[in-house]
Design a binder for this molecule. Structure first.
Ligand code: GAL
Length: 659
C-alpha cells in the first residue's frame, strides 16, 4: 500500500528537504511523486541539465526509506523554451494564443514541444532508470486538465494527418461527415480545419472526429514518453494521472497503454453527495484497469484553492474518502501535495504538512491514516465481483452532448444518477465500455447510449441471449459512429433486441428551466415499480414485439408505452422511453435488481453508509455526521476482532471480512 504525495522540493531550500524526510517517516509516507513541475529547475537552458539537486533529494529519500514515483517533468515547459520556440503555445478556437505564466501552456502537436519533451525524458531516464529509489514513473501530469482542445496550426496539420489515416481519401471523408450538407464537400484534406469559431453550428461528425483526434494526440504524447522510458530499460510500472470521468481523454483507449491506473480526485466537502460521485470514479478506475489495483494519486488533505468557496474536509472525512478508494481497489493513497507551498497559485491548497505544521488536525489525521494503512497490510486483489454494470462511453459522451439535439443532456450526470441509485442500495457496480466483456453480470444499464456501433449492438444482444437483464433508456441507439442516422430511422441497431422502435423523441421542457416557461415539463408513468416521473424526453414508441410494462399517465403521451420488455434467449431487454427523475431512478433500480436477482452487500443500512467489496473484504463507511449502525458479522481486518454490528461515528470506516 503506497502512501504519500506530490513532492515539490524545488520550492524550498535544502535544509527543508532533510526535515521533510524525517516528517515523512513520522507520517508513514512510503512513496512521493517527485519533480512533476520541475522542468525549469532541471533544465535551465537547451542542452543544459542540472541534476545535482535532484540527485541529492532522491538520495535523501532513499536513505530515509521512501520510494520515488519519478516524474518526467514535461507538464510545464520552461520560459526559455517558449521564448525560443513560440509554436509551443496552443490556441483557442478564435485563434487567440495561450500565453505562458501558468502551466500546461503547450500544444500537444507542436514539434518543438515534442522534441524538447523527448530530450528531457531521455536525460531523466538515462540518469535515474537504475536508481533503487525509483519504483514508478509518473508521465507528464493530468493531460488536458486545463486545455482540453488546441486549435493551433500545428493542431490543424496533425488533425489532417489523422483524418488521412482514418479515411484515406476525401471522398470517404465527405461521405462520413455528410459534407454534401451546407456546401461542405472538400477536394483536398488541406481544406479541413479544426472546429474553430464559425458563424453557426459546426459539422457534428467533424466535431466528434476532432474530439477523438484530440484525445489521440495526447495519448501519442504519453506513449512517446513511455517508449523513451522503456528504451532506457525501465522496468518500473509507468503511469499518468487520470482525472476521474474526464471528458477530453477517452480513458478506455488510454488504459491498455498504462501499467498501473492512477487517479486524481477532489470531491467537494461542501457537497453532501460528492462521496457518491467519488465512488463512481473509484469504480471507473478499477474497471479501466480490468479489476487490477490502482492508485489514488492525488487528493486534498483538507481544502482546495480552486472552487469559488473551498471548504476544509470535516474531521475524519479525509480518511473516509481515502478508505473508499482502498475499498474500491486502490493500492495507494496519495495527496497533492506533501508540504504546503509558501508562494504561488496554490499556497492556499491544503497539504499533508500544512503551513501551521504538525500541531494541526490535518497533520494528526494524515499521520493516523499512514499508521492505519501500514497496520492494514495486504488487503488482497482489487476485484469488486460486481454483478451490475453501467455502460460509460467517451465517444457517446462527445456525441450525445452535441448541439442541435432535441434537448440538452448532461451525460455524466445522467449516468451517475443510475450509479447513485445503485450505490444507495449498497450494490457493487462495474463500469463498462459498450463493446466490453459483459460476462458475469446479471444487470447492465445503458443510459442515453445515443451512439451505438454495430459491434456494441452485437455485444449487448449476446449479453441478453446469455441470460442478462439489459435496460436501455431514452435517446439511445440514435446514430452510428459517424453521428449519422442508420437507414430506417431511430433504434435500428437494437430494434430486434428491444422489440420496439422510437418514432419521435418528444422533448419536454427541462425541469431546471424558469418555472414560468410554457410547455410540458414532466411525463408521469405507472408500472410494476409504482408510479414514476419522466423528464427531458417522452418518446413515442412503436412496440413491435415486446410486453408493455408501464404507460405514460398524463400529458401528450398519456396512455402510450413508457417501459417495455422483450425476452431473448435466457435474458430480457427493457426499454424506457423517458429520463426518470432521481426518485423514479431509485424505484426502477430497486425493481430491476429484484428482477435480475441481485442482492445488496448488506441489508438495512442507511443511504449515507457506503459498502464496497474488494475480494473477500467489505469496506463500510459512514459518510454522514450522524452516528449509525450496520449489522455485519465477521472479522475486523484492522484489529482482528470479531464483529456482529458495526457502530460507526461520523465519517468512521471499518474493513470487515464477513463470516
Ligand atoms: C491537480 C494537479 C496538481 C494540483 C492539484 C490541486 O489538478 O495535478 O498539480 O494543482 O490539482 O488541486
Amino acid at each position: 500500500m503506497y502512501y504519500g504525495g506530490d513532492y515539490n522540493p524545488e520550492q524550498f531550500p535544502p535544509h527543508v528537504w532533510e526535515e521533510d524526510v524525517v516528517r515523512m517517516q513520522e507520517a508513514g509516507v512510503t512513496l512521493v511523486s517527485l519533480g512533476i513541475f520541475a522542468w525549469s529547475r532541471i533544465q535551465p537552458a537547451e542542452g543544459k541539465f542540472d541534476f545535482e539537486w535532484l540527485d541529492r533529494v532522491i538520495g535523501l529519500l532513499h536513505d530515509g526509506g521512501i520510494a520515488v514515483d519519478l516524474a518526467t517533468a514535461t507538464a510545464s515547459p520552461p520560459p526559455w523554451a517558449v521564448q525560443q520556440y513560440p509554436d509551443i503555445l496552443p490556441q483557442d478556437e478564435n485563434g487567440a494564443r495561450y500565453w505562458p505564466g501558468s502551466r500546461q501552456h503547450y500544444a500537444p502537436t507542436s514539434p518543438s514541444y515534442r522534441r524538447l519533451a523527448a530530450e528531457l525524458v531521455h536525460a531523466i531516464a538515462e540518469r535515474y532508470v537504475n536508481h533503487p529509489a525509483v519504483v514508478m514513473w509518473h508521465v507528464n501530469n493530468e493531460y488536458a486538465c486545463h486545455l482540453r482542445h488546441d486549435y493551433s496550426d500545428n493542431a490543424a496539420a496533425a488533425f489532417r494527418q489523422w483524418l488521412r489515416a482514418k479515411y484515406g481519401d476525401v471522398g470517404t471523408l465527405n461521405e462520413a461527415w455528410g459534407n454534401a450538407f451546407w456546401s461542405s464537400l472538400v477536394t483536398d484534406f488541406e481544406q479541413v480545419h479544426p472546429p474553430r469559431k464559425a458563424p453557426y453550428s459546426v459539422n457534428p461528425a467533424g466535431l466528434l472526429d476532432f474530439k477523438r483526434f484530440s484525445s489521440d494526440a495526447l495519448l501519442e504524447l504519453y506513449t512517446m514518453e513511455r517508449d523513451i522510458l522503456l528504451s532506457h530499460g525501465a522496468t518500473q510500472p509507468i503511469t499518468t494521472n487520470f482525472m476521474g470521468a474526464f471528458a477530453a481523454a477517452d480513458y478506455w483507449k488510454w488504459a491498455p497503454e498504462i501499467d498501473i491506473i492512477s487517479d486524481d480526485s477532489y470531491p467537494d466537502p461542501n457537497d453532501p453527495e460528492a462521496f457518491r460521485t467519488a465512488a463512481f470514479t473509484r469504480d471507473l478506475m478499477r474497471s479501466l484497469g480490468g479489476q487490477q489495483p490502482w492508485i489514488l494519486m492525488e487528493q486534498a488533505a483538507g481544502a482546495v484553492n480552486w472552487r469559488p468557496t473551498n471548504a476544509p474536509k470535516a474531521p475524519g472525512q479525509m480518511a473516509a474518502l481515502s478508505m473508499q478508494a482502498v475499498g474500491r481497489g486502490a493500492d495507494g493513497v496519495m495527496f497533492f501535495q506533501w508540504r504546503q507551498s509558501r508562494r504561488g497559485a496554490e499556497k492556499f491548497h491544503s497539504a499533508m504538512l500544512p503551513h501551521a505544521g504538525t500541531g494541526t488536525r490535518t497533520w494528526r489525521e494524515v499521520a493516523q491514516l499512514g499508521a492505519d494503512l501500514k497496520a492494514l497490510g495486504d488487503v488482497g486483489g482489487a476485484d469488486g465481483r460486481a454483478r451490475v454494470a453501467l455502460v460509460f462511453d467517451w465517444e457517446n459522451w462527445w456525441a450525445v452532448e452535441g448541439s442541435d439535439h432535441p434537448v440538452e443532456l448532461d451525460y455524466g450526470a445522467l449516468v451517475t444518477r443510475w450509479y447513485a441509485a445503485l450505490h444507495r442500495r449498497h450494490v457493487m457496480v462495474d463500469i463498462v465500455h459498450p463493446e466490453g466483456d459483459l460476462g458475469g453480470y446479471s444487470l447492465v444499464i445503458a443510459a442515453q447510449q445515443y451512439l451505438v456501433t454495430d459491434a456494441a449492438a452485437a455485444n449487448l444482444r449476446g449479453f441478453v441471449e446469455r441470460g442478462g437483464h439489459l435496460l436501455v433508456t431514452a435517446f439511445s441507439d440514435v446514430v452510428d459512429e459517424s453521428d449519422a442516422f442508420r437507414d430506417g430511422g431511430f433504434t435500428v441497431a437494437l430494434r430486434d433486441l428491444l422489440g420496439a422502435q422510437v418514432k419521435e423523441f418528444g422533448a419536454l421542457v427541462p425541469p431546471e428551466f424558469d418555472a414560468s416557461a410554457p410547455g410540458e415539463r414532466f411525463a408521469p408513468f405507472d408500472g410494476p415499480f409504482g408510479s414514476g416521473t419522466g423528464t427531458l424526453l417522452a418518446e413515442e414508441l412503436d412496440v413491435v414485439d415486446a410486453e408493455v410494462l408501464a404507460h405514460f399517465t398524463e400529458g401528450r403521451r398519456s396512455g402510450d408505452p413508457a417501459l417495455t420488455r422483450k425476452r431473448t434467449g435466457a435474458g430480457r431487454a427493457y426499454y424506457l422511453a423517458t429520463v426518470p427523475d432521481e426518485v423514479t431512478t431509485g424505484g426502477l433500480t430497486a425493481w430491476l435488481l429484484a428482477e435480475a436477482g441481485v442482492e445488496p452487500l448488506v441489508a438495512g443500512a442507511s443511504e449515507f453508509v457506503e459498502v464496497a467489496r474488494r475480494g473477500d473484504v467489505l469496506t463500510v463507511i459512514n459518510h454522514s455526521a450522524e452516528r449509525t449502525e450496520v449489522a455485519l458479522a465477521g472479522t475486523d481486518v484492522l484489529t482482528g476482532d470479531a464483529v456482529e454490528t458495526l457502530e460507526l461515528d461520523a465519517y468512521e470506516w471499518r474493513m470487515v471480512r464477513p463470516r
